[in-house]
Ligand binder design. Sequence first.
Ligand code: B12
Ligand code: SF4
Ligand code: SF4
Length: 367
Amino acid sequence: MSDLKDLIRAEARAAGFDAARITTPDALDARTGQRLAEFLSAGRHGDMEWMASTAHRRRHPIEVWPDARSIVMLGMNYAPAGNPLAVLGEPDRGAISCYAQGQDYHDVVRTGLKRVASCLARASGADVKVFVEKPLAAAAGLGWQGKHTNLVSRRFGSWLFLGAILTTAELLPDAPETDHCGSCRRCLDICPTEAFPAPYQLDARRCIAYLTIEHKGHIPPEFRKPIGNRVFGCDDCLAVCPWNKFAETAHHAKLQALPANHAPPLAELLGLDDAGFRRRFAGTAIKRTGRDRIVRNALIAAGNSGDAGLLPAVERLLGDCSVLVRAMAVWAVKRLAEPDHADRLQAQHAPGEPDVDVRREWVWPAA
Ligand code: B12
Ligand code: SF4
Ligand code: SF4
């Protein structure tokens, strides 16, 4: 059994993972399922409807696969090389969360998981399935669920991607990790949108990662200023975690930030059409979000920039095909243009505007 564990650890390292530990399906108690149910019944998942429709499978690993006997939990370090919050002081550029600056992590983690899973299946003759769950990572001792709700590791801080392999193989479990947050509350206090109703709980509807990446509709006015120049995700609660001081920069070649994806100029993002967007972000997690949502986010960042030099690019988007884009172009115009110029643009565009939400943006004061 320990030979098999050694083999799994060696294969995990070769596949690019930085940590590999074992737990069993019965290491999770009923509280995990209850907490997921509470999160969903409070509506905290927003429009991520898949979370509600797959909840029955995600309550407990046994629901995924009753025959599973062990779980291999894997962690991949994606710690950035510099301070990920420095870009927040450059208002003419878009802040892209460091998890998305390299190649698409979904593909990188999935490829690694498949490699470790097939090695385990070959060596043991057991069946395997791949999966992800934070409470299982804590049960396996990879870290603990911090007050920001993500897994924190004493070795890697808050910068770990997670993956899991369920298997019918009997493996000796590792010890779980305990909570080392203590009285710290840095992550809770820095959140720009007050997305934590309580320690260890997140209301995704208020989280900038949700609003800029997952949310398909208009971003509610109350969040537009706090979003600042964040055009894809947010690193604030992770970046301030004191446990990051032990983290080493990510070494997986595919997770290194691509220079073009580190703080792109807003002027460039505002000029993207569909084809340009697909070319620009091919192979990254950003491509999944689509051009309209990224341009929507870049318009919010432009509106917050105070840079009237961005106004011509913003004005061009007043006639865009996407209502998401037109609505935020109106908001950005109102924030950047002199009042008489904004009035002229309103007289030119508002009367022929077919969409009710965009018309409403024209009449709302620019909050
Ligand atoms: C949906 C989702 C999101 C949503 C919701 C996030 C959330 N915290 O629930 C949004 C879009 C907001 C999001 C954002 C981010 N995400 Co995300 N996301 C997921 C996903 C797909 C599912 C998470 C989920 O099921 N949430 C539902 C709730 C119920 O689960 P929960 O977080 O465990 O919350 C419960 C506990 O906190 C618990 N609880 C309550 N009280 C208490 C008390 C104690 C003591 C404890 C221990 C627990 C506890 O109950 C909560 C419900 O209230 C996972 C991948 C996966 N399949 O697991 C990635 C995942 C969680 N995301 C990840 C990342 C990296 C991010 C971002 C950092 C990306 C970014 N930079 O923009 C941000 C971080 C924001 C944050 N502070 O969480 C990583 C996290 C890795 C890690 N080290 O934990 C994951 C695991 C993906 C991966 N494969 O690695 N994400
Ligand atoms: S990712 Fe940003 S917005 Fe979301 S909870 Fe963390 S600090 Fe708040
Ligand atoms: S910042 Fe502090 S409270 Fe938040 S996860 Fe890290 S140690 Fe825990």
